[in-house]
Design a protein around this ligand. Structure first.
Ligand code: ADP
Length: 508
């Protein structure tokens, strides 16, 4: 029934402007179901493209709900055995996977750059960050302890035990194709859950490479399954993952719109849900801040992954006295530090946007703002001479409420700077959006630091810091930015059922 195609690919890469042929042992062009590399049942495929020039890297199966049912069943059968493994066994398995990821980091980074477009330096950073979740959860696996409770009667013993919730569905985005998978799978495996992973249609190759390494690490068949879907099948496969009663938890990272659809769909089976959705991060600089550091922080916070991260600074609020200094230094740094191009070239700091809809959206937002009176300080146009998905780093001021960019999540290399007068006003503005993922502020006043940290309506805060993600931290948002936390000791909670035991009639 399943058609096999070649299990590894030879690809030509342009690395530092030299064309080289690389045998990429981790490039897979099949999905992974029950320990087998398989094509889709109906043999359909879709193209995986390099966003730098839209060249086709390879094709992968366009799997539909029939393929997905096989993966779900495989995860169910595997769960029977896997849920009975000891924490130490799961810890060892994760550790072996982690060791292979570290050993193959460079190849993983090249695959990531090729399909996502981010610079090799950024990909290396993501691989290190993504690997760290697997290491972390290999350690956390052995600390999923229960509780002994004080019984209200003296012939009883009461306790709480923790059990894996069941097979998990993991739907991941294209902006962090490695880390968004390891952050979910690491926690699921530590808890004793099996998984069906549906990576983004833009970046399935990193997911498949991780699947290959999981196989090499000795994961039993059916414990990690990977379904690749093209744009045609993503919604129906997602719906099945929400509605199939075998799947007990859905963990999703992506847009708020899709998150809301999945939330509704999961109600039919009262599935556990972990949702990491969009943000609209305020980046506040108070008069008393260190402006050099605030500008450095803004560069990383705004432009990492060419602005395509859910924790990107999205609305800059700079207090009156330091507004001009911040603006001038920011523009200077953008001009000096950002070099856009093919991520595989060592001189490139920033790559293209991921797809046409992204760059069209950015262009429309900027053009709309300028046409309504916003002031453009740098950028403001496409870089068609490099490729059709490149957009210049852009800074706008004088943005007002009637402009579409005013309160939208931009998800691109465009910074909007607003002036503000006092703390109360800026907090009102910062909290005026329906989402609350990350927020950042710069201040050297200790009372202000605690005051503002308490009042900002977000799940994560950087105080005098623009890059805050790490495996030890609890990642997640409030309001419409989602449910649950990933990473940290809390990341496992979504994959655990708490069970209360009352042992009665004990003869003491
Ligand atoms: P973006 O707009 O940034 O691509 P999405 O939220 O659309 O973010 O995509 C994130 C993930 O959700 C991807 O894996 C994508 O395939 C998947 N996805 C998109 N639409 C749906 C849907 N209707 N149901 C389930 N998954 C979906």
């Amino acid at each position: 029934m399943w058609k096999r195609v070649s299990n590894f690919a030879e690809l030509s890469w342009k690395l530092n402007n030299h064309k080289i042929i690389r045998k990429m042992s981790l490039i897979r062009n099949q999905g992974l179901i029950n320990g087998e590399w398989v094509s889709s049942i109906n043999s359909e495929t879709f193209n995986v493209e390099n966003p730098v020039d839209q060249s086709i890297i390879t094709q992968v199966p366009d799997m539909n709900i029939d393929d997905t049912k096989l993966a779900i069943n495989a995860s169910k059968i595997a769960f029977d055995k896997f849920s009975k493994t000891t924490a130490k066994e799961r810890s060892d398995l994760l550790r072996s996977w982690y060791n292979l990821m570290v050993k193959n980091s460079e190849q993983l980074a090249e695959i990531l750059t090729k399909e996502n477009g981010k610079s090799l330096a950024e990909s290396r950073g993501e691989i290190k960050y993504g690997n760290s979740f697997v290491e972390w959860f290999s350690e956390e696996a052995r600390r999923i302890n229960g509780e002994i409770l004080q019984a209200p009667m003296n012939n009883r013993e009461l306790m709480i035990i923790k059990r894996p919730i069941g097979p998990a569905a993991l739907i991941t985005p294209w902006n962090f194709p490695h880390a968004m998978i390891t952050r979910k799978v690491g926690a699921a495996i530590a808890a004793g859950c099996t998984c069906v992973i549906k990576p983004s249609e833009e970046t399935p190759l990193t997911a498949l490479a991780l699947g290959k390494l999981a196989q090499d690490a000795g994961f039993p068949p059916g414990v990690i399954n990977i379904i690749t879907t093209g744009p045609k099948n993503s919604a129906s496969v997602g719906k099945l993952l929400c509605e199939d009663p075998i799947i007990r938890v859905l963990s999703f990272t992506g847009s708020t719109n899709v998150g809301k659809i999945l939330y509704k769909q999961c109600s039919s089976t009262i599935k556990r849900l972990s949702l990491e959705l969009g943000g609209n991060a305020p980046y506040i600089v108070f008069n008393n801040s260190n402006i050099e550091l605030a500008v450095n922080g803004a560069m990383a916070c705004k432009f990492r992954n060419t602005g395509q991260t859910c924790v990107s600074a999205n609305r800059f609020y700079i207090q009156n006295n330091v507004f001009d200094e911040f603006l001038n230094k920011f523009i200077q740094k953008i001009n000096n530090d950002i070099k856009m191009g093919d991520g595989l070239s060592s001189s490139t700091t920033h790559g293209p946007l991921i797809k046409k809809s992204q760059i069209d959206n950015i262009e429309n937002l900027v053009n709309d703002a300028i046409s309504k009176g916003a002031k453009l300080h740098c950028g403001g146009k496409r870089l068609n001479n490099i490729g059709s998905l490149f957009y210049e780093p852009t800074v706008l001021t004088d943005v007002t409420e009637n402009m579409n960019i005013y309160d939208r999540e931009i998800f691109g290399p465009v910074a909007v700077l607003h002036r503000f007068d006092n703390e109360d006003d800026v907090l009102k503005k910062a909290n005026s959006v329906p989402v609350g993922l990350a927020g950042y502020f710069w201040s050297n006043d200790v009372s202000q630091i605690f005051r503002v940290a308490r009042k900002l309506e977000v799940g994560m805060i950087g105080v005098n810091e623009g890059l805050i993600s790490c495996t030890e931290a609890a990642f997640g948002g409030v309001k419409e930015s989602g449910l649950g936390r990933e990473g940290s000791s809390h990341g496992i909670d979504d994959f655990i059922d708490i069970k209360y035991l009352c042992i009665g009639n004990i003869q003491y």
